[in-house]
Design a protein around this ligand. Sequence first.
Ligand SMILES: [Zn+2]
Ligand SMILES: [Zn+2]
Length: 212
Amino acid sequence: MSRVHRIKCGNVNCYVVENGAGGVLIDTGKKESVGKVLEACRSCHVKLIVLTHGHFDHAENAAELSKTLGIPIGMHEKDCGLIRSNASQTLVAETFLGKLVLSASLREFSVRAVPEFQPDLLLRHGDSLSDFGLDGQIVALPGHTEGSIGVDVEGKHLFVGDALMNMFYPTVSMLYHNRADMLASAGTISGFGHRTVYFGHGGPVSNRQWVR
Ligand SMILES: [Zn+2]
Ligand SMILES: [Zn+2]
């Protein structure tokens, strides 16, 4: 049975999911938190870094953690361009709070750069994490970014990155590259049924019908 460790890195989360034999790190947090994330990975035999998407608050420590721990980085091919520039996929927001978050994000995108790396694994929907000791699968959740992915572990824990958000309250993503895809992915998550949903931003909640 797997354990979930939520590592808060300022306003963003990353997660170590492990079962004693193996484990993965889901997202890597902001650079200010690299020591804390490294410590959690070392104590839990983490064998893979999965990036839910390429935004800096999730990917900034990927290169350093991969190098220090000697473990691969997996992400979706369609977000690789974001590693070079977080501005390479447009983002929009429609709610008042969403627009506030968007303007703060765009400001940060202009001053933060994700240290370059080449992903070792290009992850796709349905890929298994059994090689890394975990009973889990990759779930495609495009919309927030083109290459957004989630991780479903043991039919219990569903990690959704920024495909949903809980910054202020649990909701479909407040910022997105493609609205129709984002809403379809929210529907995909609802369809999983009974799960604990772990967000990139905010505390976990029970799965529900996610609608705008
Ligand atoms: Zn994001
Ligand atoms: Zn984020």
